[in-house]
Design a protein around this ligand. Structure first.
Ligand SMILES: *[C@@H]1O[C@H](CO)[C@@H](O)[C@H](O)[C@H]1NC(C)=O
Ligand SMILES: *[C@@H]1O[C@H](CO)[C@@H](O)[C@H](O)[C@H]1NC(C)=O
Ligand SMILES: *[C@@H]1O[C@H](CO)[C@@H](O)[C@H](O)[C@H]1NC(C)=O
Ligand SMILES: *[C@@H]1O[C@H](CO)[C@@H](O)[C@H](O)[C@H]1NC(C)=O
Length: 888
């Protein structure tokens, strides 16, 4: 418990320092050399960053080292060299590392060093005390297997040395046995003045890229400044693929098989897009989704069949069947997409099951079926039990086709999506809330746009300890990679065999003549294949963890841990412990977990949080200051430098966790100032009941999100009633003519008329205030408000200890001049008989309805009645955004 608290405290330190306080670099630290050396052998990239720094001060000080590495990579080595002595990080089991850390904490050593994770990169950051006029060398190594996407590999190198460096070098050497097809250098460091600093040399099987910017170039580029460069080099390339059976590399008893045939016809696909249009998709997210879908529809092949499903509480179909991607169908689908707008809660269960059902009804012979779910929130409607949803979906799909889940933004339960997609042979991808979200969505679609093979089985007679060998689908532009050991290192008897289904027929790829080419692997990294195998094995074991239970889960976890320790990978199961020169100083580096992008910290309505959370963050803030004055860089001048330096890299999932906790704002308080996107309601949302003429069963609807709402407005009589709504009303404000203002909160009722002000408390004796055309009558827990010819009663209700307001319109002008959510009085509907799910016809449209119990808050007795629940849109025929106002 204590540790969790501590982590949260450090988390706060990060949030605050990262957003507001870029590390201050003092002039008395000289980064005199900075090298990044990356070697890629058969797609396995090993990168070494070496930074040499001098303390030019005549006293000792703390010197920082901070770099960003690709998220997919495992750190495998960290070393500091100070005054001829080296200090190596050692990878240990997480708990053990944690113990060492805790002991250090108990000795009172603290300075927050935090590791975080962003969209493509994660931070590694450390510091060490360096004596007067001495030097330190930091060396960090990380490894990753480059993944082929959309027909290319990408090696991303981030460079941010924090100051112009006299001797700055990036060296990249790529060696690919089948030959390099093309190679491009991109990224913001490859533009402008810096482009001149790049050289590219190509041979048949090798490519070298160097980037040696001069000191002055390092200050002149677009993303550069006084602090030198800050940006990325992105090297993209692909290899030749002359052999459709794939490319096998063998070294020291290990092999890797890259299989990516492209000479196969595309398989027509059946794709169903299941699109979340719940209230939280409001604004840019839904716009970007529409944009991406329109583009995706344009890219469909004419032999593809497709379906579109949108969902909130209800599930809507463009068409109930999969239809061929003909010009007419696409045109109609696009009109449907343009109309998608956000509205209610999130019924993931019903929507996915509807998608599965749609594919199942469609003939699938000779095609590849794909289900794509896009959502930005937790299931909040229909079946909301995540375990149940997963088992429903798994049973319905029955391994027949994959489910891909795209989690949009920070409020998704990404673990749930990951698990659900892995259980159904798909993957989950995060869509970051950013200006390019539509491109991210399209990018994902492009990766799965062209299926070439299905049901792929890879077999390796003579091979053992294989990584995954069975794949449901292979898409053009991607690659299947299998690695393993060769039994008894007998290369002669080793063969590869791939069996798959291609456009309705079985295909086999067999490769037997496996000559060991001694030039496969240069001697200096002949261990790379073993490491590649270990990397892939650990990644796959970790991925499978979410699917397993009991002993099997434990066994695989143990295996992943064993390999992580053996190969010194910093994985989610291990941490790297660095013992620093000063006695007793320990640093622990963890692999951060994807949680929340650090650039979008949770919205902080600090005064709306519950006590516990806000105090946590308050403390965190103090922590920052303490740190600055202690071992930190900024405050080091003139202080004794031998402060215990010591830190821990925080998995930022805890940040996400804190973020979400933070969002569980107290419903009882004022709602936030802006319209944020919210996670699931923490209380059941209330329903709005509609008076229905001449029908016995009333209609009800809910308001999908937390807004300031236009409830009633009448421009003719200059009347308005607005409410602050967070699943209940917390405040209601009236304006009438120019000089009447009435504000009702859960405590107090304030009425202004010109210069005069009257104030009532809910708790006081009944009273009234009556003037020419305004009357206010306060009774027990209700106030009866009449302004001109409009009369509304506001009730103060209490439920589960929570106070809230609810308006009931008693009288309004019949001329129809009123607008606003509560102005709607004339909804009529027909029940459609004989449909499978309850369906009503409202405004000539068929809408799904459910027969629910609601509490009628329009009466003081709060009776529970039955009503037909339909969506906001179905009743109002307008988007909720038409009823949102900025200010009460
Ligand atoms: C990069 O690594 C290669 C191979 O280990 C080595 O030969 C070369 O000198 C290194 N380059 C730099 C700039 O460190
Ligand atoms: C450090 O420099 C200051 C002034 O720059 C000088 O007064 C002091 O004697 C120096 N200390 C050492 C240990 O050289
Ligand atoms: C697969 O992609 C390659 C280029 O990456 C292209 O030449 C080929 O035509 C594609 N195959 C199909 C079936 O679309
Ligand atoms: C492909 O092979 C499987 C199993 O060997 C067999 O059941 C199936 O009929 C074959 N399909 C075709 C199209 O030949």
């Amino acid at each position: 418990m204590d540790r969790a608290a501590l982590r949260l405290i450090l988390l706060g330190v990060f949030l605050i320092s990262a957003s507001s306080d870029p590390v201050k670099k003092e002039q008395n630290v000289d980064v005199y050399s900075f090298y990044i050396n990356s070697t890629v052998t058969s797609r396995y990239a090993t990168t070494v960053i070496t930074s040499r720094v001098a303390n030019t001060l005549n006293e000792s000080q703390e010197i920082q080292f901070e770099v960003k590495i690709p998220k997919n990579a495992f750190i495998s080595k960290f070393r500091m060299t100070i005054e001829g002595k080296t200090y190596d990080g050692v990878v240990k089991e997480k708990e053990e590392a944690q113990q060492q850390y805790s002991q250090a904490v108990s000795r009172g050593q603290s300075a927050g060093l935090i590791k975080s994770v962003g969209r493509t990169l994660e931070d590694f950051k450390t510091s060490v005390a360096v004596a007067a006029l001495s030097k330190v060398t930091f060396e960090l190594t990380y490894e990753e297997l480059l993944k082929r996407r959309l027909g290319k590999y990408e090696l991303l190198i981030n460079a941010q040395p924090m100051q112009p460096v006299a001797d700055f070098k990036i060296d990249v050497h790529i060696q690919e046995k089948p030959g390099i097809l093309f190679l491009e250098v991109k990224g913001d460091l490859s533009t402008g003045d810096l482009a001149n600093a790049i050289t590219t040399t190509r041979a048949d099987k090798d490519a070298w890229v160097t980037f040696y910017p001069t000191r002055s170039q390092q200050t002149k580029c677009k993303s550069c400044g006084e602090k030198g460069m800050n940006g990325d080099l992105l090297i993209t390339y692909d290899v030749e693929r002359k052999n459709p059976k794939g490319d096998v590399v063998v070294s020291k008893g290990y092999f890797v098989h890259y299989f990516a045939p492209s000479d196969v016809p595309r398989i027509p696909k059946n794709v169903v897009f299941i699109i979340d249009r719940s209230g939280s998709m409001q604004g840019r997210k839904i716009e970007q989704t529409r944009l991406a879908l329109l583009k995706i529809l344009s890219d469909l092949d004419e032999n593809d069949h497709f379906g579109l499903i949108t969902f909130d509480r209800e599930v809507s179909f463009w068409e109930h069947e999969l239809l061929k991607a003909t010009e007419t169908n696409l045109k109609n689908a696009k009109s449907f997409v343009k109309e998608i707008s956000d509205r209610g809660a999130t019924n993931i269960n019903a929507a996915v099951l509807a998608g599965v059902e749609m594919i199942n009804r469609h003939p699938r012979e000779g095609t590849a079926s794909i289900l794509i779910l896009l959502t930005d929130g937790d299931p909040t409607s229909g079946e909301t039990n995540i375990q149940k949803i997963m088992s429903n979906v798994k049973e319905a799909i029955g391994t027949k086709f994959p489910l891909y889940c795209l989690g949009f933004g920070n409020d998704v339960n990404f673990d749930f999506l990951t698990k659900m997609s892995l259980e159904n042979n798909g993957v989950a991808r995060r869509i970051y809330e950013d200006s390019d979200a539509d491109l991210q969505l399209q990018g994902f679609y492009d990766e799965v746009a062209v299926p070439l093979l299905t049901d792929i089985q890879l077999k390796y007679p003579g091979g053992t300890n294989l990584t995954k060998t069975s794949f449901g689908l292979y898409f053009n532009g991607s690659e299947i990679v299998v690695s393993g050991q060769i039994t008894d290192n007998s290369v002669e008897s080793f063969t590869t065999e791939v069996i798959a289904v291609s456009k309705g027929r079985n295909v086999t790829y067999q490769d037997t003549k496996m000559t060991k080419d001694p030039s496969d692997v240069p001697p200096e990294n002949e261990d790379f294949l073993q490491r590649l195998w270990a990397y892939l094995t650990v990644k796959q074991l970790l991925e499978r963890q979410v699917l397993l239970e009991g002993q099997e889960k434990e066994d695989e976890k143990k295996e992943a841990l064993k390999l992580s320790l053996k190969y010194q990978f910093v994985t989610p199961l291990t941490s790297m412990v660095v013992i620093k020169p000063q006695e007793g100083e320990v640093e622990v580096a963890d692999k951060p977990k994807e949680g929340e992008a650090p650039h979008s910290p949770p919205v902080m309505h600090s005064h709306h949080t519950t006590q516990g959370h806000s105090s946590t963050l308050g403390y965190a803030h103090g922590g920052t200051r303490n740190r600055g004055g202690g071992g930190g860089h900024g405050g080091s001048r003139g202080h004794a430098p031998q402060k215990p330096g010591y830190g821990m890299f925080l998995p930022s999932s805890e940040m996400g966790f804190a973020g979400i906790q933070y969002m569980q704002t107290d419903v009882d308080q004022n709602p936030p100032k802006e319209i944020p996107t919210y996670p699931a309601p923490k209380v059941d949302s209330a329903y709005f009941l509609l008076p229905v003429d001449g029908q016995s069963k009333p209609l009800c609807f809910d308001v999908p999100c937390l807004y300031k709402l236009r409830l009633l407005e009448d421009s003719a009589s200059e009347f308005s009633m607005y409410g602050e709504y967070m699943w209940r009303f917390s405040k209601i404000a009236f304006r009438y003519k120019t000089d009447h203002r009435l504000t009702i909160t859960k405590n107090v009722i304030t009425y202004h008329h010109g210069q005069n002000q009257v104030e009532f408390l809910w708790s006081q004796e009944p009273t009234q205030h009556i003037s020419e055309d305004v009357s206010l009558i306060l009774r027990n827990n209700e106030i009866d408000v009449t302004m001109g010819n409009i009369r509304v009663v506001i009730f103060l209700h209490k439920e589960n200890g929570l106070l809230f307001l609810w308006p009931a319109v008693q009288q309004q002008p019949k001329d129809g001049s009123l607008t606003g959510i509560l102005a709607k009085t004339d909804a009529t509907y027909e029940e459609i008989q004989g449909s499978q799910t309850p369906t009503l016809k409202i405004n000539d449209q068929e809408v799904n309805a459910s027969w629910v119990d609601v509490t009628d808050y329009r009466r003081s007795s709060k009776p529970v009645i039955k009503c037909w629940l339909v969506s906001f849109y179905a009743v109002m025929q307008r988007d909720i955004s038409d009823f949102i106002i900025a200010k009460l």
